[in-house]
Design a protein around this ligand. Structure first.
Ligand SMILES: NC(=O)c1ccc[n+]([C@@H]2O[C@H](COP(=O)([O-])OP(=O)(O)OC[C@H]3O[C@@H](n4cnc5c(N)ncnc54)[C@H](O)[C@@H]3O)[C@@H](O)[C@H]2O)c1
Length: 262
């Protein structure tokens, strides 16, 4: 879809690569001045250098001082923040275990980025949006914030938190002209998911991909651009009356449950 985002400033967290970068690119292609915020400063610089009107910002979303300083810097340099996309997120890769064995520091690491990070950035940016009279916030959750999954308890809990935090933010901020919505991607093809299961390294990896795909009625992973289109919908000037909504972009995963015949 197309939207007129000229004169809009958009902050996208975790935008050095993956879904965040695709979203930043789509917002920039539709006229927004985009701030690519990422804990990976070199990655953010490289990403911003390829996009018209984009700037890079090193920001660890789990650090309150860094978030507050970053938001102050954007306000000083660009004057406003019209669109916030809370995209930065991490999951466990090395600790795929049940809750009784899940390391406490791994739980804390994931919660700090995936849930506290959304809170911290939204807290700082919503104050800017209230002062300027409105804005849009789009949180990136996951299909795993809607349906459960084994062996990643911190991620599923954090993403479920993002889903209901979205609704709470929506009802708190609607009177201030701020719409808050959520995009819940399903399994999406990125460098990370290619390394985990969508690559063609060996038979074990192919078998892992088949297990993931068995949850997906569409029979394929999503593309980052397909997730970005859902974010653009929520950021478009025409859709401001839509708030507190969760839009899954998951090939039917959350609609269908297990596909296995019985
Ligand atoms: N890829 C998928 O299959 C999938 C599925 C569902 C949901 N998601 C969600 O979509 C979002 C993006 O996922 P992705 O697959 O594109 O990830 P990715 O790993 O490709 O990119 C994540 C980016 O976030 C940055 N980041 C990590 N920690 C950060 C922090 N503390 N502060 C700022 N930036 C930080 C990384 O440096 C990286 O550039 C995440 O919230 C993820 O949970 C992804």
């Amino acid at each position: 879809m197309k939207a007129d985002l000229s004169n809009k400033v958009a902050l996208v967290t975790g935008a050095a690569k993956g879904i965040g970068f695709a979203t930043a690119k789509l917002l920039a292609d539709n006229g927004a001045r985009v701030v690519i915020a990422d804990v990976d400063a070199a990655g953010a610089n490289a990403a911003a250098s390829g996009l018209k009107g984009a700037t890079a910002l090193r920001m660890d979303v789990s650090s309150a001082p860094e978030v507050e300083a970053g938001v102050r810097q954007i306000s000083a340099q660009l004057g406003r923040i019209d669109i916030l996309v809370n995209n930065a997120g991490i999951n466990t890769t090395s600790h795929r275990v049940t809750i009784d064995q899940f390391p406490i520091d791994e739980w804390d690491r994931i919660m700090a980025v995936d849930l506290r990070g959304v809170f911290l950035v939204s807290r700082a940016v919503s104050a800017v949006m209230i002062a300027q009279g409105g804005g849009r916030i789009v949180n990136i959750a996951s299909v795993l914030g809607i349906v459960p999954a084994r062996l990643q308890c911190a991620y599923t809990a954090a993403k479920a938190g993002v889903v209901n935090l979205t609704r709470t933010m929506a009802i708190e901020l609607a009177p201030q002209g701020i719409a808050v919505n959520c995009v819940a991607p399903g399994s999406t093809l990125t460098e990370g998911t290619r390394n985990l299961f969508y690559g063609d390294k060996d038979a074990a990896m192919k078998e892992k991909a088949q297990r993931v795909l068995s949850h997906i009625p569409a029979g394929r992973p999503g593309q980052v651009e397909e997730v970005a289109q859902a974010v653009l919908f929520f950021a478009a000037p025409e859709t401001g009356y839509t708030t507190g909504q969760i839009l899954s972009v998951d090939g039917g995963w959350s609609a269908g449950g297990f596909l296995r015949d019985f």
